[in-house]
Write a protein that binds this ligand. Structure first.
Ligand SMILES: [Zn+2]
Length: 285
């Protein structure tokens, strides 16, 4: 694998650890160094792989949304797992990535457990996979959520804040990330969300794919840029029909995969631009 290609992904892996300004400067310098691709020495400085934690929603006694199609129950927990496993397989074929799932089988995990796994694994990106359901059968499309502390709905009204990062029964509390890191991860998540939205539109031909901000537990309580996707409404007959098709699921996996790659490349090029403009600043007098 060319060192320059690895270099494209260097900053995202490096940004895993909360860094001060000095550390950040060294990360940016390192990514620029790799991208120059000018030296054989680079092969010895292979950056660590990008870690992605995929979170299939629901599981075990919690089936999530459900719908009977041609006599068969379609359960959100199964579809989310199947899409997550296929997405993981795409990344596993590429040595630039280290991918893991919060669950590999039909087991139940609390939101707290999912978030605490992210605290343990410290991924560069957290991706939660769900299907939607609504009271109205007319609601359809894909929603991509990223975190905001002050989310607004489409009418400009503030959406209510959810519970803090704790487990209700035991009152175990996850450590809160510093506000500046949270803001940085939210900006990153918005970039990722935009790129996934764009790639999903290209892959599926659907226009009704929205990027929204919400204060969901798994978005707020993981120490990483986090994206939660609702990949269609099981309550809508057209979406439900599509979701059971292998071809549509493949388009979803392709779109999410391509969107994540585009996000990592975009972020890396922004880091390079920042480090170049920093290097061209005025000389101290
Ligand atoms: Zn769900």
């Amino acid at each position: 694998m060319p060192a320059c290609l690895l270099g494209i992904l260097a900053p995202s892996a490096a940004l895993r650890v909360p860094a001060g300004l000095a550390e950040l400067a060294s990360v940016l310098a390192l990514s620029l160094f790799f991208f120059s691709c000018g030296s054989q020495e680079l092969a010895e400085n292979v950056p660590p792989p990008v870690r992605i934690l995929i979170d299939p929603g629901h599981g075990g006694y919690d089936p999530g949304a459900m719908r009977k199609i041609e006599g068969q129950w379609v359960r959100e927990k199964q579809v989310a797992l199947s899409i997550s496993l296929n997405l993981a397989e795409r990344f596993q074929k590429d040595s630039r990535f280290l991918v893991s799932l919060t669950r590999y089988g039909d087991s139940h995990l609390s939101l707290y457990r999912r978030s605490s796994m992210a605290h343990r694994e410290r991924p560069d990106l957290f991706v939660s996979v769900h299907l939607n359901a609504a009271g109205s059968r007319h609601k359809q499309g894909i929603e991509i959520f990223v975190h905001s502390d002050y989310p607004m709905n489409s009418r400009g009204r503030r959406v209510r804040r959810y519970s803090p990062c704790d487990e209700d029964r035991t009152k175990k509390v996850l450590p809160l990330s510093p506000a500046e890191m949270r803001r940085q991860w939210n900006r990153e998540a918005s970039l990722a969300g935009h790129q996934i939205q764009k790639a999903l539109r290209e892959e599926t031909g659907m226009r009704n794919i929205w990027l929204k901000k919400r204060d969901f537990f798994v978005l707020r309580c993981v120490p990483a840029p986090a994206v939660l996707m609702e990949l269609g409404f099981l309550s809508n007959p057209k979406d439900a029909e599509r979701i059971v098709e292998g071809r549509f699921r493949e388009q979803l996996v392709n779109g999410i995969y391509r969107g994540i790659l585009a996000y990592l490349e975009q972020r890396s090029s922004q880091s390079r631009e920042a480090s170049v403009s920093g290097a061209q600043g005025p000389e101290p007098g």
